[in-house]
Design a protein around this ligand. Structure first.
Ligand SMILES: [Zn+2]
Length: 136
């Protein structure tokens, strides 16, 4: 009985994640770039310290990617377009029963090092970007 509840809870939690990713992808495609450009800065790190955090520019990058403007996406955050594509591929694999095997294979502990290398590269990029803006 408890196992069924846990399974149902995991299913609801996973569906919420899938719906959130799908909503973020759809919003990125339909949100006008001009509306986003006119929006105020919401990042408290940037507002207080004047430097971008690792996530700064992700919304612009996702919306630019959603509109096919990869140059603007790269300029906003070099990892934004990559994350957008990864989210779209993950969602497609989650929606396809045959994709579940691909996701299981990709989550193997042997294959985690590329994700850590990518994560470290993102942090290094963010540190360099912040320092560049501090000295400017
Ligand atoms: Zn930020």
């Amino acid at each position: 009985m408890q196992t069924a509840l846990v399974t149902r809870w995991n299913l609801v939690r996973l569906l919420r994640l899938e719906l959130a990713v799908a909503a973020a992808l759809v919003v990125s495609v339909v949100l006008p770039m001009a509306w986003l450009d006119a929006a105020p800065v919401v990042c408290w790190i940037k507002r207080i310290y004047g430097v971008p955090c690792p996530g700064c520019g992700m919304t612009h990058a996702w919306v630019a990617t959603g509109h096919g403007d990869f140059a603007a996406a790269f300029e906003a955050n070099a990892f934004g377009a990559m994350l957008f594509v990864a989210a779209a591929v993950w969602l497609l694999l989650r929606m396809n029963p045959r994709g579940h095997a691909v996701l299981r294979a990709a989550s193997s502990p042997r294959l985690r090092w590329p994700a850590w290398v990518l994560f470290g590269t993102w942090l290094a990029y963010s540190a360099v970007r912040a320092m560049t803006q501090l000295s400017a």
